[in-house]
Design a protein around this ligand. Structure first.
Ligand SMILES: [Ca+2]
Ligand SMILES: [Ca+2]
Length: 184
């Protein structure tokens, strides 16, 4: 049985290989232009800094150098139920310097297209075991964002050898570059 997390809750991840599934639905009719959300992950070291530039995994850099994290590809619309974008993780291959994997979703060209998370519904992040497809946990973002154009959905981090997931759900006005400025 999947564990449904509330904002701020933490849960152990006991599968070494798992997939992060992210989903959303958008209301493009409110802005008139296409609505493209993008999932990205930052692989951080103990000091909460990117291990290297190649450790930002997103639509333009689909795989980490150690091949422990792989983005399966850009979804341009978010149409339909289920995962809209997925990131595969194999912790057995992870670089020893990686102690945190930060999962963010940003809106492509949010400013130019006048879009924000107030127009996004049914956002969730779930983690399922790659071997059994069993859903380990799920976090549905219930907060009503209004002006935010980027949201940190969750983070996966290591504490005393145990990998855990935290349901973060923190929004901000900005984009991928703002996260990069923070973590570089
Ligand atoms: Ca996308
Ligand atoms: Ca969707």
């Amino acid at each position: 049985m999947a564990i449904n997390l509330q904002k701020g809750q933490r849960e152990n991840i006991n599968a070494p290989k798992f997939t992060i599934g992210l989903g959303w639905d958008t209301n493009s009719s409110t802005t008139g232009s296409a609505f493209d959300l993008d999932a990205s992950v930052f692989m951080l070291d103990q000091n909460k800094k990117l291990v290297s530039d190649e450790h930002l995994i997103f639509y333009n850099n689909l795989k980490s150098p150690d091949e422990s994290v792989e983005h399966t590809g850009d979804n341009l619309t978010g149409d339909g139920d289920g995962d809209d974008e997925q990131i595969k993780v194999d912790l057995t291959r992870a670089d020893a310097r990686v102690s945190e994997i930060c999962i963010v979703v940003t809106i492509h060209e949010a400013e130019a297209r006048r879009q924000n998370f107030g127009q996004v519904r049914n956002s969730f992040v779930r983690i399922f075991d790659a071997a059994t497809n069993e859903v380990i946990l799920k976090y549905e973002l219930e907060e009503d964002f209004s002006i935010e154009t980027a949201v940190e959905f969750g983070r996966i981090y290591k504490r005393e050898g145990q990998w855990k997931f935290e349901a973060v759900g923190m929004g901000m006005k900005g984009g991928l570059q703002d996260y990069l400025n923070k973590y570089q």
